[in-house]
Design a protein around this ligand. Sequence first.
Ligand SMILES: [Zn+2]
Ligand SMILES: [Zn+2]
Length: 461
Amino acid sequence: MRARHTGGNPAESSEPTSGKLPKEPRSVLEGLGGFPGGRVFGSEPWVDLSRPAGHTPLVVSFRKSMWEFLSMSFFFQSPNVTWLLMSMMYYWLLPYQTTGPTVESSLIRLVANLTLMGAYYGFFYFSLYVKDWGKRKFTPGSFPLPINMAHNVYYWALGVIQWTAYEVAMEKVWASGIVEAASFESLLADPRKMLLNALVLLAIPIWRDVHFYSAHRFIHIRAIYRLVHSLHHRNTDPEPFSGMCMHPVEHLYYFSNALVPCIYASGLTPLAFHWIGFHLTFAPAAGHSGFEDHFGSDQYHQIHHATFESNYGSPNSAFIDRWFGTFRETLGKSSEYKGEWKAAEDAKKNAGKVWSAQGRLGPWASWAQGAYDASALAIACAAARAMYQGGRTEGEAAAVALLAAAGPVAAAFAVNAARGDKMSPWWPFQKERLGLAYTVVTVVLFCVVPVFHFVKWASMA
Ligand SMILES: [Zn+2]
Ligand SMILES: [Zn+2]
């Protein structure tokens, strides 16, 4: 019998977190493409099968991450190389219209994205939750209800639509000549340009990590978390579609990852933009599966969903979490964690609440959420209209771009102040100086400024 989701979190376990661990893969071929044992389903070699799922301590360090980068194992002995090949195949089937989008080409791209992403996410859902091909569920006995799935698929679809809008707007920017789209012929004729593009393609997973760490940490700031990112965290025990089940404002900043370097660097192939987009939209499926034993599973992020204020990036950027005291190596008790999240308090708060009671397919839960969503929708409509019509003067385009890039953050702080919140709007980072400064500065540089330029240029084109 499958249990209902509950709002509570997995109980703290008394499972010891130290002990002798299995060896990491050594041979180049071992773990190639991120397939455990060369198969889609099965456990990674580092997993201690004598422990419950999610309880093998993750071993992370700055040195380990640097070694993974230098040896390229982060790329070839991981799903990254598999996803790049899939992105190349997809791009070959449906290349971008660098001469400018049409209504027809935009609709074709939307249908293709919904179909291919739906098939990929659907594969993990079907294989793990219908066919039971996964054997090691992080939270045994917990499975989503139909209302949970409706919620997740609805916000997932909004994400697919918004990413498609990003792609169409980028086609417009390429066509205007503001950003150069390098053809494959031009790369073949220029070995230096070819090398630069190859390096960018290889470095994209690292940049994904760096960007995600900042953007994700930023939306955990209380003022924004309550109105935006809490929607993603309704999945305390995620399933594949929950990976891209986000508030549209979260989608906006999450997808901004693709703007750097693609709107600033000259001579990049549009494949680079497609590859970042593929990573952003496909990778979350397996990473939110709720199971430990398959291609692309992610214990690190599962811990984040179970305990909220920890593990903001991935194992490769976990050394930053260690510096800030927010690293958890396992589900259950952590010997490393020094952050603000208290399991007992959260469990008490959520006691008796069924996951679906917090669903958002009905009326808004509060006036604050309604006011915030209405303001975000108004901003989105203004930006979409300006980008669709184009031909704005530089001043007009800058005004709408500033509204789109910074408006959702300003509105969140304004609504949070208006509701009379007694806690710091910066919680859980209010005691930090360096960590908070790092987060705010990098979010301005990585998310706000690129969205500003992108909307501005698309509105002028
Ligand atoms: Zn989060
Ligand atoms: Zn997540």
